[in-house]
Every structure is written in C-alpha cells, then in structure tokens.
Design a protein around this ligand. Sequence first.
Ligand code: C5P
Length: 225
Amino acid sequence: MKTGLIVALDIDDPAEAVALAGELGERVSAFKVGSQLFTRGGPAVIDAIRHAGGEVFLDLKFHDIPNTVRKAVESITDRGIAFFTVHASGGSEMIRVAKEAAGDARVLAVTVLTSLNSDDAAQIGFSLPLEKQVLRLARLARDSGADGVVCSPLEVSKLRGALDNDCILVTPGIRPAGLASDDQARIATPAEAAHSGADYIVVGRPIVKAEDRITAVDSILSELR
Ligand code: C5P
C-alpha cells in the first residue's frame, strides 16, 4: 500500500501558503488548511490552492447540530475539496448528514484530540480508557458513513486491525528521525507510520519550517516508499 503525504499549511499569511502549495505541487497528495489559515484566508485560499494545482484537506473539525453541519459542508464542497474533518463526538446523525452533503469530498472523523491525556478525558466525563474511547468513536464514525479517521500514529495499527480495510487512516504527529518533536508528544517517523498501515501522513513544521522545503518533502517521500 502506498502512503500519501499531506502537508499542513499552518501559516498565517494566505499568500505565502498558496505560494508553498504551488512550489510543492504534485509531489504531495493534498494540502491541509486548518483554522489558522482558514480564519485569515477564507474560502478564497481553497480556490487559490486548487488553482495552483493542489488538492485541499479542509480541517475545520465541524461539530454542531446536524442541520448546521450540513449547511457548512454544502458551502465548501462545491469548491472541490478532497477531504474535510468532523468531530466523531458530534454523533451518528451529524456524521451521516456530513457524508450526505459531502459529494465527492471524503469525510474524516476526529476521535479524541491527542492533546488530551487521561486526566483531561476524565474531567470531560469520558468513562472509558482513552484507547477504548478512540476505538468506540472510530467505529461510530465508520458506521455512520465517515470515509476515514484521523488518529495518532501509535493508534494506526490497532485501528487498521479493528476497522474495515477501506477505512482511510490519516495520521499527524509525524517526525522524520532526528528532527525536533516540537509540541508533539506521541510521534512516529514517516516509515513507521507507513509500516503501521496509514493511508496518509500529515506533516507541518518539518516541511514548512525547513530551509529547503522541496528536499524536506522528497526525503519524507523516500521514507514512505
Ligand atoms: O507541524 P506538525 O507536523 O506537528 O503539524 C501537524 C498538523 O496536524 C497540525 O496542523 C496539527 O494541528 C494537526 N493535528 C495534530 N494532531 C492531531 C490532529 C491534528 O497534530 N491529533
């Protein structure tokens, strides 16, 4: 199986983000536009990345009543995005309507934010151990029509075993060997993530902050092969 590379455009300046998308072009499977970039650049940034030849992964993690999520999804899918995210904890009906409104875009569900530890989870009121909560939400998402799940690289092989083979697994928290982990705690190398069965890895700072971004991308791609 071939693991694709998604580059997280966590950049304040939309023009710089679009220029980077143009520079990296077809080397990468998609560019992740999250709330940092979207709240500054708006939908125009999606159009500009598409115009520069990139696919877009819109990571706005929708989590609202089903009707509101449907309307939000309808307003973005006609722009030709490839993937977008919802919170699995929004519930079955919310995920189902997101999928219904998605058109050709694939719906990815976020289970438990990896920034939460077990104390945080208990504080919120999750009664299950975190690992079980992740699995429960991943199954709920898949049963409700989500095309895949975003998970930590350390969860990939377990989810790959527990979910059907067509379920798309996307993992951030990737650091090429020898690089700073930044604020990522549970990390894996691109090769490890590929070996665990990830369909796509998401990489931000190791590429965005690299002196030579093309070399950084090429070296990650060679690790994935
Ligand atoms: O810079 P870095 O490679 O750590 O960026 C990873 C990207 O993936 C960021 O956009 C971050 O918000 C996102 N992400 C993550 N962990 C999650 C979900 C998303 O790091 N569990």
